[in-house]
Ligand binder design. Structure first.
Ligand SMILES: [Zn+2]
Length: 148
């Protein structure tokens, strides 16, 4: 026997049901034999489960949203720090140069002013805000020589 956490696509009622095997679940789901105990809808699906995240100690972390988010944020920070080139306040300029083909594409991250962010969006330059927990610490960077 196998127990599945199911949810109703119509009334969002969450419930559990036992099946002889995962194949039995698949068959019943495919034939739409599963019904919601609340509204009798046949729009039933398995509940989306959050993955258990391994902590550095190798234990499965409790899957509360804050822990998951923190782990995800840490991974993102690491990824950005390792793979993205920090361009600081030149972000808008660099992103625009890449967008218009004046410069080769490369992954960058940095800061913009609100005005710069708006004009990037208006021009259709692809850029995404990185919420604080997802942004790595800006690396120490030598100030750029003025261009002029
Ligand atoms: Zn329902």
């Amino acid at each position: 026997m196998i127990r599945y956490a199911l949810s109703c696509g119509d009334c969002e009622h969450a419930f559990e049901a036992w099946f002889a095997s995962s194949d039995a679940y698949d068959t019943q789901a495919k034939r739409r034999l599963l019904t919601c105990p609340d509204c009798e809808s046949r729009n039933i699906d398995k509940q989306i489960m959050a993955p258990a995240v391994k902590t550095t100690k190798g234990k499965a972390a409790s899957a509360d949203p804050e822990t998951l988010l923190a782990a995800f944020a840490a991974k993102t920070r690491e990824h950005v720090a390792e793979n993205f080139d920090y361009v600081g306040g030149d972000f808008a300029e660099e992103a625009r140069a890449m967008y218009y083909g004046e410069q080769d594409d490369r992954p960058i991250w940095g800061e913009t002013t609100a005005e710069e962010r708006e004009s990037l969006a208006e021009e259709g330059v692809p850029a995404l805000p990185l919420p604080a927990p997802f942004a790595p610490k800006p690396p120490k960077r030598k100030p750029r020589q003025p261009v002029n």
